[in-house]
Ligand binder design. Sequence first.
Ligand code: SAM
Length: 417
Amino acid sequence: MPATPEPTPATPAYPVGLRLAGRRVLVVGGGTVVQRRLPGLLAAGADVVLVSPEVTPSVEAMAQAGELTWHRRPYEDGDMDGAWYALVSTDDPEVNTAAAAEAESRRVWCVRTDDADAATAWTPATGRAAGVTVAVLTSGTGDAPRDPRRTAAIRDAVVAGLGDGSLAVPGHRARTSGVALVGGGPGDPDLITVRGRRLLAEADVVVADRLGPRDLLDELPPHVEVIDAAKIPYGRAMAQDAINQALVDHAKAGRSVVRLKGGDPYVFGRGMEEVERLTAEGIPVTVVPGISSSISVPGAAGIPVTHRGVAHEFTVVSGHVAPDDPRSLVDWPALARLRGTLVLMMAVENIGAIAAALVAHGRDPETPVALVQEGTMATERRVDATLATVGERARAEGVRPPAVIVIGEVVAVGTRQ
Ligand SMILES: C[S@@+](CC[C@H](N)C(=O)[O-])C[C@H]1O[C@@H](n2cnc3c(N)ncnc32)[C@H](O)[C@@H]1O
């Protein structure tokens, strides 16, 4: 029989994925390191038994919620009984040594957070993206010690690259069949979701709006066909039909299609009309929510849409139809009676008439108003006014769409001393 070599710090670990569902994992200790590792064990379905006289409030909450069993006492010999795997992490090295020794004698793989060299298992830095789990293990070599920070940085880089598609995996691109309706956020390319960005990186065809993160289109590889929905040469209603038809045609041709929309697809975005048309054609649709400009644009300009003691509600309203227009579906007298925040979208043209209607129905003319144009973008600007002055201010300052208009006391919150 060959002699078993003594492990050295440079001996590599053997990577493996443990399937812990329904299997007992003993955790000794209840501090912040344990707190960080518990979600992964619980997500894997492990039957976690935790032994510790004290735990952090978060760990206690997990025990109270029935996610794990907590024995509120010190570790005792015999606790490893029935365990498949152990995590030992108290602040007493003697306790850790005793627990690890028991694990060794019972052949339970055991992580020790205070002494990796004395452990029989190491926890990799893990992350998930694009349908894979990335696990990176630190391993020292003769001249380079183990470096957990570098390991975590490598994990982060791989997960980010897979998530946003910048890490190309030739021949193995995960393809989404059909159409993904992706909410692109208010305009800053960093404000799209990770899922949205990944789907964009996997697309063959992108149908993009005028609003949203247009800078991301520059990053697409040359083979990707970009259709500018704003340039479809018909009237409003026809344009939507033409967009729907383009989505249907490209999806039926087997291409991976992303419909990139500004903000969230379902906030004044006609997203459901597109979903209905595609579904009627039997085309699978994925909807990826986005950060709506209705909240994020005020936020980026320093305006919280709610604030304790100031506003307990916010109402998002389209102002594309003037209050006296018979097509209006908005109850302006009711909105004038609300104390909270009003967020107006598509309202630049009608802001004078809207402000007059609100004042006529009882809202204080001194109510603060902010117009935020091209929010979250390099060209963002904010113009402040009151309900009494906003029509004139908007005209004088040349405020243009896209702009979000915020009406209410919250406008003054960020600026007051
Ligand atoms: C057709 S709606 C689409 C809204 C989008 N679905 C959302 O959730 O943000 C267009 C209106 O959104 C607002 N908007 C979108 N992006 C904006 C931005 N970056 N800055 C200011 N307003 C924006 C403007 O009121 C614009 O007229």
